[in-house]
Design a protein. Structure first.
Length: 104
């Protein structure tokens, strides 16, 4: 088996995360996380209350309601591709904006 000698590159963690840079990065990350959390909540709402009511009138459940009914209590759900088609407008530009086209 070949021996590969590894040489350290860059700076140490202590140097890279020292002082103001670290605080700035944490603040930026919190902003971005909050923005993503807001968008995830928007996607979770789907097309809105009007469409939830329409589904319920048909005697059906929304996707999220079905998942809540099927999963074990306390289990986590991991949606995939939550932001596919996020904010896309369909039709001639006057249509509704898509909340998402991901997979739950």
């Amino acid at each position: 088996m070949a021996k590969v000698i590894l040489h350290p590159i860059g700076s140490s963690v202590e140097e890279a995360l020292a002082g103001q840079d670290y605080e700035t990065n944490v603040a930026r990350m919190k902003e971005r996380t909050a923005k993503l959390d807001g968008r995830r909540a928007e996607v979770h709402e789907g097309w809105g209350p009007k469409y939830v009511e329409r589904v319920h009138k048909k005697g059906k459940m929304t996707s999220w309601e079905r998942i809540e009914a099927l999963k074990d209590p306390g289990s986590d759900v991991f949606p995939i591709n939550s932001f596919v088609n996020y904010g896309k407008t369909f039709g001639d530009g006057k249509g509704l904006q898509s909340p998402s086209a991901g997979v739950i």
